[in-house]
Design a protein around this ligand. Structure first.
Ligand code: SAJ
Length: 431
């Protein structure tokens, strides 16, 4: 097959950029990863990922050893550039596009005629156009793709990342991708780039549709989880098992409710709906309600724990990460629960986080003690399950005997519905 891309540069080597860079390099492309974080760059060049993701370390090592992947702190010329930088929300939930703008500024001097730029970062509708206008200003000597015209020196597309932490490598290869070019030739060239490593379908559209698709996917998930969380509060109120209710409701062929939990974390589902809400507040009552329901769940959990706790009790909190089998603490509801408990419960609080990580800054100062699983469970009066890590799923029921249990993830069937001996203290729903 004709090789259109000798070298590809990935701007931003975080949770999305590094797996993407490593997968492309494993397909034989020469990949130059760029990140302003020199510690990440050093780690990658020595063959290590700077965060945990299954299979990633091995892929980084292999591609670095083969000379196909290397990391730098300053952009270099390449045939294509993939931008995978953070797009957080700032104050008042306004999108912060400063990293996208900084990426554009940093690559502008090395751009050459025929280059392709693909934005992957989750972005408000219109961001790809903004990127094009910015590059046109920075490089008046080049023509930059914009809607309605076809002949350009620089082609630009939006292709949202869709990979789920924990299965990133598989999903990078297998997921369908939406490719929204600012011109038809931009879409066509971006499709050729993704064909080099994606086995899934590559679906062409406009940049604005692609931007909205990504936001819609994550807002849908947020709303669905909020529904599950509301169902779980109702089930607590009625004293029944929420996970059994969800499971049995999902036997209906047209019902597919997600799982209740202690809240929604991570840097996507808890953040991305705000990009839509901020742009159209009047039009988004449902999405706003979902954010409110999910954001209020950690506080609800704390209130319930405090109702089942005496001041002298030791509470073992199992898990700090935002979800199972990751070490990622971003926006973690588990962390919020532990922090809030530390401020309100006078007894000992033990935190167990099996994924390699020391306690996050500030938690020890609040009196929380890091503990190993067995030791924490055996010395606890209350076991509070916050993350469904595989180590916790594997815990023998024997170890939990005689403990008061609050399982916020529904992984221990024996303890999901409130235990009869706790009914008096735990059955009241807290609003
Ligand atoms: N959660 C529940 N119940 C569920 C599913 C999730 O409480 O049934 C919680 C998790 O515990 C976690 C949060 O929601 O705290 C988010 O986890 P997640 O697994 O739903 O999603 P992320 O943030 O890890 O990844 C999402 C994915 N988007 C969708 O599934 C629509 C992923 O495909 C995206 O690439 C990613 O956001 C992103 O980067 O946008």
């Amino acid at each position: 097959m004709e090789r259109l891309f000798e070298s590809v540069s990935v701007i931003g080597l975080g949770y999305i950029g590094l797996p993407t860079a490593a997968v492309m390099a494993s397909r034989g492309l020469k990949v130059i990863g760029v990140d302003i974080n020199s510690r990440a760059v050093t780690a990658i060049n020595s063959g290590r990922a700077h965060f945990f993701e299954p299979e990633l370390d091995a892929l980084v090592k292999k591609t670095v050893d083969e000379g196909l992947l290397r990391a730098v702190t300053q952009p270099e010329p390449a045939e294509a550039f993939i931008i995978a930088v953070p797009t957080p929300v700032g104050k008042d939930h306004a999108p912060d596009l400063s990293y996208v703008e900084a990426a554009a500024t940093s690559i502008a001097p090395v751009l050459r005629r025929g280059n392709l730029i693909v934005l992957e970062s989750t972005s408000p509708v219109g961001t790809t156009k903004m990127l094009s206008h910015k590059l046109a200003r920075l490089r008046p000597d080049l023509t930059v793709a914009c809607e309605g015209e076809e002949e350009h020196d620089i082609l630009i597309a939006y292709c949202p990342e869709r990979i789920i932490p924990g299965h990133m490598i598989t999903e990078l290869l297998e997921n369908d991708r939406i490719i929204g070019g600012l011109s038809e030739s931009s879409t066509a060239l971006a499709t050729k780039l993704y064909q080099t490593f994606v086995k899934g379908q590559l679906v062409p559209t406009s940049s604005q549709v692609a931007e909205m698709v990504k936001l819609t996917e994550n807002a849908f998930r947020d709303v669905n989880i909020a529904f599950a969380n509301e169902v779980s509060k109702l089930c607590d109120h009625f004293g029944i098992d929420a996970w059994e209710v969800v499971k049995l409701a999902n036997h209906h062929p047209r019902v597919n409710i997600l799982q209740p939990g202690p809240g929604v974390g991570g840097h996507c589902i808890a953040v991305d709906p705000w990009f839509i809400i901020h742009a159209a507040t009047e039009l988004t009552p449902l999405m706003q309600a979902a954010r409110q329901v999910n954001d209020s769940k950690p506080r609800y959990v704390v209130e319930r724990v405090l109702k089942m706790t005496r001041p002298v009790d030791t509470i073992a909190c199992l898990g700090l990460a935002y979800k199972a089998d990751t070490d990622d603490l971003r926006e973690s509801p588990a962390l919020r629960v532990v922090e809030d408990l530390a401020a309100r419960h006078p007894g000992r609080i033990l935190a167990v986080e099996p994924n390699p990580q020391s306690l996050p800054k500030g938690l020890e100062e609040k009196g929380v003690e890091a503990a190993a699983l067995d030791a924490a469970v055996s010395s606890a009066d209350i076991v509070l399950l916050l993350v469904d890590h595989r180590q916790f799923k594997a815990l023998e029921p024997l170890h939990l005997e005689g403990k008061r249990i609050y399982d916020t993830r529904g992984i221990w069937p024996d303890y999901r519905a409130p235990r009869p001996d706790l009914k008096k203290t735990t059955l009241r729903a807290v609003s």
